[in-house]
Design a protein around this ligand. Structure first.
Ligand code: PYR
Length: 315
């Protein structure tokens, strides 16, 4: 039989619909876009099908309100949830989004039991742990999207500062997708040259701080929403690395079982993403200060995991 990849995107908000658009337009996979709002995913899907001949792609998209229609997907991406409002922390979203994510992950995996699961909903690291817990999937098949976004933001800020080409820049951001994330300037380069040789320390500190606030800066500007172009693009490259078995090294929230001295937590570290999901975790050398900062970020995530688990109803 003919076979093509299928991705389920749960949630047809700004991130979900933009991710769906990228996946079909780049012919990465066919997409099933699911949302609880009647008509919304169907309308978006029809709109994107009408763009096929104009944009010249042949991947298909359907919209649905029923999980049954998502059956047989290779990757499931959970974007459903409430977005941050200005002044709201990612953790404020905890209670509301815990049940949305738990139900979405359970239902989607019921119809696509072999899928790899990517979580995008905030608070990211906590929601990823929760999705892993409620689905009972092997940890290799569950990951969260945040590190690609956070490191892309740092790349953008470095490029703006130096007038450099963004794709010449490599950055590394570890830790949770929150105020305690850990951008690591000494692992950031422009065509192989460490930024520590190109930018004064004070300016680097400003770029690091701007990265930590990257989501909040955009939310404050938008007033009625949060970032979605870069988040959708970031999730799309993770999906692509998995489906095309590219083995890209991308930072992702992954299950740590001893790496970086951390256990039983999902946290952002560099991973090799291929057809089996997270195929490897890269453990980079950290100074004692950096390690302490990473553990601080982990503790902030851990505090919320127990709260989130307690808030999720059974079933
Ligand atoms: C971000 O843009 O980073 C969010 O977490 C919303």
């Amino acid at each position: 039989a003919c076979q093509s990849w299928q991705v389920t995107v749960v949630g047809a908000g700004n991130v979900g619909r933009t991710l769906a658009q990228r996946l079909v337009q780049q012919n990465v996979a066919n997409v099933v876009l699911l949302d609880i709002v009647p008509g919304l995913p169907q309308g978006i899907a029809l709109d994107l099908m009408a763009a096929q001949s104009v944009e010249e792609y042949d991947s298909k998209i359907i919209g649905t309100n029923e999980y049954e229609a998502t059956a047989g997907s290779d990757v499931v991406v959970i974007t459903a949830g409430l977005p941050r409002r200005p002044g709201m922390s990612r953790d404020d979203l905890l209670g509301k989004n815990a049940n949305i994510v738990a139900q979405g992950a359970r239902e989607a995996l019921r119809y696509s039991p072999n899928a790899i699961l990517i979580v995008v909903t905030n608070p990211l690291d906590v929601m990823t742990y929760l999705a892993w817990k409620v689905t009972g999937l092997p940890s290799q098949r569950v990951m969260g999207m945040a590190g690609v976004l956070d490191s892309a933001r740092l790349k953008a800020f470095i490029a703006m500062k130096l007038g450099a080409c963004p794709s010449d820049i490599n950055t590394l951001v570890l830790g949770g997708h929150g105020d305690l994330m850990l951008p690591l300037p000494r692992y950031c380069t422009v065509s192989g040259v460490p930024i520590t040789e190109l930018i004064p320390p004070q300016t680097i500190e400003e770029l690091v701080e701007r990265t930590r606030n990257g989501g909040a800066e955009i939310a404050a500007l938008l007033q009625t929403g949060t970032a979605y172009y870069a988040p959708a693009s970031s999730a799309a490259v993770m999906v692509e690395s998995i489906l095309r078995n590219q083995s890209r090294i991308l930072p992702a929230a992954t299950y740590l079982d001893g790496a970086y001295g951390l256990k039983d937590i999902f946290l952002g570290v560099p991973c090799r993403l291929g057809c089996r999901g997270v195929e490897d975790i890269l453990e980079v050398q950290l100074t004692p200060e950096e390690k302490a900062a990473l553990h601080l970020s982990a503790e902030a995530v851990r505090l919320n995991i127990d709260v989130a688990l307690a808030m999720v109803s059974d079933g």
